[in-house]
Structure formats: C-alpha cells, structure tokens
Write a protein that binds this ligand. Sequence first.
Ligand code: NAP
Ligand code: MG
Length: 478
Amino acid sequence: MPFEYAPAPEATDHVRIAPRYDLFIGGRFVRAHSRRRFPTVNPATEEVLSEVAEADEADVDRAATAAAGAFPAWSALPASRRARYVFRLSRLIQERARELAVVETLDGGKPIKESRDVDVPLAAAHFFYYAGWADKLEWAFPNRRPRPLGVAGQVIPWNFPLLMLAWKVAPALAAGNTLVLKPAETTPLTAMLFADICQQAELPPGVVNIVTGGGQTGALVVGHPAVRKVAFTGSTEVGKLIQRQLAGTGKRLTLELGGKAANVVFDDAPLDQAVEGIVNGIYFNQGHVCCAGSRLLVQESIVGPLLEKLKQRLGTLRVGDPLDKNTDVGAINSPQQLEKIRGLVQSGVEEGAELYQPECRLPERGYWFPPTLFTNVAQSSRIAREEIFGPVLSVLTFRTPDEAVEKANNTPYGLSAGVWTEKGSRILWMSERMRAGVVWANTYNRFDPTSPFGGYKESGFGREGGLQGLLPYVELAR
Ligand code: NAP
Ligand code: MG
C-alpha cells in the first residue's frame, strides 16, 4: 500500500516569464526580421507560457555575423579574462538556480526535483569546470598549441534544455570561440533566461547569440557559411540530414544522437539496489533520455524475483504535477512525443509482448503516459530495437555473460550501458565488450562534467564533457 502524500508545490511567484521573447543577437534582444512568433506551452497544463520569435534566414545571418564580428576580440582576450567570464556565467546560474529550475519544469514538464537537483546544478558545474580549462588550454594538449575555430553553430533538443546548452556553450567559450545556439522548439525559455544571464555577466556582445525557431531555423544555423563548427544533439534521423548537408564544406561536426541502452543485471547483483537503478535508468525524466536504460537484460535465474520487486516499485512512483516536489514522473514533453510513445507501445502489444502498467491516476489536462513495462519481448520487435524516448521499459533475458554481451550489442546504437553485479572482474569484462560510450556499473544515469560522454555507431561521434569535450572546439597546431 503506497503512502499518500500531501501536495508539496514549488513556489512560482518568484518567476517572471515574459509574454514574448525576441532573438538574442549581438548582446541585445532584437525583433525578428521574420515578424513571426510561435507559442511555447506547459505540457502539464497545455497553457501557453510565452511566445518566442521564429528566426528566418536574415535573422540567422544577423546572428552568425554578430558571432563572427565578436570572434577576433574574444579569442584574443587573455585566457584568464575569458575564464573569468565563463566562471561568472556559472555563478549566475547558481544564483538564479530556483528560477531556472521552475522555468525548466514549466516549459518542459520534468519533475521539479530533477530540474532542481540535476539539470541546473549540473549546468552550473559544466560552466565551472570549463572555466577552469580556459586559462590552462596551453597545458591541455602536450606539445600542441590549441587555437579556437571561430563561430560554432549549436543545435540542441528538448529533453535537457539548459544542461544541453551548458554542454555546448561552456567548452566553446572556454576555448575562445563565439557561437549561435538554437534551442528546441518546445523548450526555449531557459535559453532566453540564459541570454539574460549573458547580459548580466556583461559578456561582450556577439559572443553568445541565441535564435529560436524550428527545424528550419536549425538547418539555417548549421548551413551558415560563417559557421566553422557544428555541434548537434538530437535524433539520429536529423543527425544524418546534417551530415549530408555538411559533406564537403570542411566544417567540423560532432553528433550526439539517439540510444537504446542495455541495462544488464546478473544473478549476483544486489536486487534492491538494481531495482532503484533500473527505475532511475528508464523513468528518470519520463524516459526522455538519450542514454536511458530502455532494454533491461536480466539473467534468467533471477527474472521472477526481480520483476516482482520492480513491479512493486513501479506502483510507488508518483506521476503528475511536475511542480510538486514529490513527483517522480512528470509530463510528456509534447503531444507529438506522446503520439510516438503510444504508437510504439501499441506495436509492442501487437507483436505479442506482455504489458504491465501500475494503477495510477493521470491528470485530465496535459500530456501523460504511465510508467510501463514489457515482458516477453522478442529481440526483433520494435520496442526492443527502436528508441521510444518515453517511460517504457522492455525486459529481455540471458543465460551467460557471452549472451548478455551479444544481446546488449545487438543494436544500431551505442551510447550507454549498465551492468549490475557484485564482481569487479565481471564489470571490467563486460565494459570491455559492450560497444557503448558510457558504461555505468552498479549505478545509472550519473553525469559529471569531468567525464566524457558520447556514442558509437548510430549514436553519433565526438565527445562532450571532460578534456575530450574541448577537442571539437580547437585546432591543434604544432
Ligand atoms: P530532433 O528532432 O533531432 O531535434 C533536435 C534539434 O534539432 C531541435 O532543436 C530541432 O528543432 C532541430 N532540428 C530539427 N530538424 C533539423 C534540421 N533539419 N537541421 C537542423 N536542426 C534541426 O530531436 P528531438 O526529438 O528534439 O530530441 C530527441 C532526440 O535527441 C532523441 O533521439 C535523443 O536520443 C537525442 N538526444 C541525444 C543526446 C546525446 O547526448 N546523445 C542527448 C539528448 C537527446 P525543433 O525543436 O524545432 O524540432
Ligand atoms: Mg514548452
């Protein structure tokens, strides 16, 4: 019998969201040449929060020109001064953490406890970490002289809006580049607050430019001739489009794309701990996580007890108002994403997998999907192969470690993986063999700015985070 919790809503009265936001170009908010705007809604209530500008070709050109104009002075600044700016951005994110967390939750639907305890602190930590590199670049790559590239064009998705911004903006600035960033259509608001933070930090005009809009605006940013380096996080489909668009242009490119991670549980794993890790792996951020542990591989001898514990735990997850501090699973980011999840879940049922959903009351308005678990999943079925990007777990089994490796690697993706066992030797054995950029052992979805993150195969290439995360933003001269 789950506990009943009294409502514990996060206060929102300290937050002011403007009814309209313009583009952030050359250090100022400017009206879009296009004169077009689009609404961004709160997916938990379907209320319009604000209207943002839709940047067209002339707008993107203005932004890229501003970035190109700011580059010579920014890259020539003494490194310790550049470090100070990046450090200041980090401190301001910390100072405005509550406001950023509430806006992130309102605009994207994720539980406040996640935006407050994960997204915002990690975003600040990224700026803090790369501020530390800014004046030590000379020593970062022995016997090489790192030089900035120029203007970076950066396009990010809606699942971790501020955090993805930090992953892109912090290393670019620390290395001495200027940039044009396009946030996702459904979650532009924390990027608008970040523009305000850039003004507050007195960042030189044109160093950071933010243009809102849809996929078309993203394509314009990526394609602009002044852009020397493109950093994209999003779907594999759009990643491929961009790769085609950039072929032959000589632009540098890093792609952080989708995933379908295996979370492998051996029979010697501590089960209660594993259950927490499995839940964190797939229901964190409603499963809108590129590295989500969406394929659970369980050693056959423990399937029964593990599933029993897991189902029981699912029944205690609180789904609902993202602003409530007790909420574990918030709203689905958009009606389009909800449709996609529903479609794939339907295909799972049609292909013969067994569906389990705990009883839970979903709010009437907004976009919701209950935590879902599939057993009896065939390796060939869509729910075992395709990225669902929702709170849906597919459970498969294995008998031997070799079989676990084979099944874990049986995917076009290779972003992340998890392994649960009490044997250190087995952890090492597994992580050597699983083709994934990150392997978590006896934990899941842990992030740290010092640790590189990125994929193999269709999950993309290039690394973000750590010393490796600086590499895409520099040219190494002798
Ligand atoms: P998406 O559709 O690929 O969109 C990502 C971004 O690209 C958005 O800002 C989007 O604008 C823009 N865009 C769309 N078409 C474009 C084009 N032709 N040229 C340039 N930009 C374009 O992906 P999503 O649905 O927002 O995000 C979910 C995907 O991101 C998942 O597959 C997930 O695995 C992946 N992801 C990967 C990582 C990682 O680090 N590997 C991290 C987070 C998410 P609109 O918003 O207007 O569509
Ligand atoms: Mg929104």
